[in-house]
Ligand binder design. Structure first.
Ligand SMILES: C[S@@+](CC[C@H](N)C(=O)[O-])C[C@H]1O[C@@H](n2cnc3c(N)ncnc32)[C@H](O)[C@@H]1O
Ligand code: SF4
Length: 387
């Protein structure tokens, strides 16, 4: 029997209090949510997916991670989260060190939920703090202010051992001095994990339409490169190791769930617009994608017990691409599986040599890693390596 991948479950909650102008995630503002219907739908799709996983892999389903993402899952009725976790316990063998994360917004209305989440088994909180600068929070259209962040982290530290926060940089007008100032405040929180993302302008967002009309909504590339270097240097000198292109962790605090994605392991995707992927055998990869619209997903689940829109076996070339695109984001790089080593139909071996000479990657037999110098050019490295 081949070595079994680690398995996780991703649950997507697609609702938020307001829509941020830069966000292209599947998130919607909706006041009237029928709690009973949504609970029923999540449980139903969860059972369906667990069944498919068992049928296609014949693995005993040891579950390593659960991740409630969004949207704003900290707004989920606690009863739904509780029923989902109870059902997960029924369907899977839980790994003794299972990681159960909820993404949260720092606004005060949600803080009451945190202790209830803890009591039902959530053990990791990831806050969308985004900035400690009031002007930046306004620019990003966030519904919270800096005081909310301090309050939320204070509550979270009283409850959880693993507390993460997301920040966005690369805002127009930001410079080394202002970002350094923000980083020095971020460090004082003593978070166990930090995600620091460069602002990207995504099609379909309000920022996208504004940028099409000529508004400049990000810093120039040279400043971004300087801010990135600064982030890595400051965080590493305070005990945060960069383990993925935008993610930094204290010892034993890497996000186990996101590592499943970056290492092309197995996860089931539940809820509107969720993707799931798992390996059936060696290089046979199964992929599911559910209906993106919340109403559409809900009515599909009510009719068919699941909201899957696409389910198929990936082409081997897609699996190869997934391994390279996701794996090279990790600073530790990737171990290529035997079926991918030295295969010029999947990896451009000339570019591999070229990038090694340039010092952008290190490569030996089955292990590829992007170096610190290569990280700034990750996208172009990956696209050239892929045939
Ligand atoms: C799934 S999202 C949302 C989590 C949560 N609802 C929130 O906004 O706080 C996860 C993270 O992606 C980042 N993000 C979303 N859109 C982005 C963009 N256009 N550019 C950079 N980072 C972005 C934000 O830091 C966000 O916290
Ligand atoms: S709160 Fe998060 S998920 Fe919701 S719109 Fe804003 S960035 Fe997107």
């Amino acid at each position: 029997m081949p070595k079994q991948n680690k398995l996780g479950v991703y649950i997507h909650w697609p609702f938020c209090v307001s829509k941020c102008p830069y966000c292209d995630f599947n998130s919607h503002v909706e006041k009237d949510i029928d709690v009973e219907q949504w609970e029923f739908a999540y449980l139903s799709e969860l059972r369906w997916m667990a069944d498919i996983y068992r049928q296609k892999t014949q693995y005993p389903s040891v579950l390593h991670t659960v991740f409630f993402g969004g949207g704003t899952p900290s707004l989920m009725p606690v009863s739904i989260v509780e029923r989902i976790l109870e059902t997960i316990e029924e369907l899977f063998i839980l790994h003794p060190k299972i990681e159960v994360t909820v993404e949260a917004n720092p606004s005060s209305s949600e803080l009451d939920n945190l202790s209830a989440f803890k009591s039902i088994g959530v053990n990791r909180i990831s806050f969308g703090a985004q900035s400690l600068n009031t002007k930046t929070l306004n620019f990003l259209g966030r519904a919270h202010d800096t005081r909310d962040i301090y309050k939320a982290l204070d509550v979270a530290f009283g409850l959880f051992n693993q507390v993460s926060a997301d920040f966005i940089y690369g805002i127009p007008g930001q410079n080394i001095g202002s970002w350094e100032d923000e980083l020095s405040k971020i460090i004082k929180f003593d978070l166990t994990h930090i995600s620091a993302y460069q602002l990207t302008i995504e099609p379909g967002t309000q920022f996208y339409s504004r940028s099409k009309k000529g508004e400049k909504l990000t810093c120039d590339d040279d400043t971004i490169a300087d801010l990135y270097d600064l982030t890595t240097n400051v965080l590493s000198s305070h005990g945060y190791e960069i383990y993925e292109i935008s993610n930094y962790a204290r010892l034993n605090s890497q996000c186990q769930h996101n590592l499943l994605y970056w290492n092309a392991q197995d996860w089931l995707g539940i809820g509107p617009g969720a993707h799931g992927r798992f390996t059936m055998t060696e290089n046979r990869r199964w992929h599911s994608q559910t209906r993106r619209s919340p109403d559409g997903w809900l009515s599909s689940v009510q009719k068919e017990q699941h909201g899957i829109e696409i389910q198929n076996e990936d082409y081997i070339s897609d699996f190869a691409k997934e391994i390279i695109v996701m794996g090279l984001r990790l600073t530790s790089g990737i171990e290529l599986p035997d079926w991918l080593i030295g295969k010029s139909d999947f990896i451009n071996l000339n570019w591999l040599d070229e990038f090694e000479k340039d010092g952008f990657i290190t490569f030996n037999k089955n292990h590829i890693r992007v170096t610190k110098n290569g990280r700034l050019h990750l996208n172009s490295i990956v696209s050239k390596l892929l045939n």
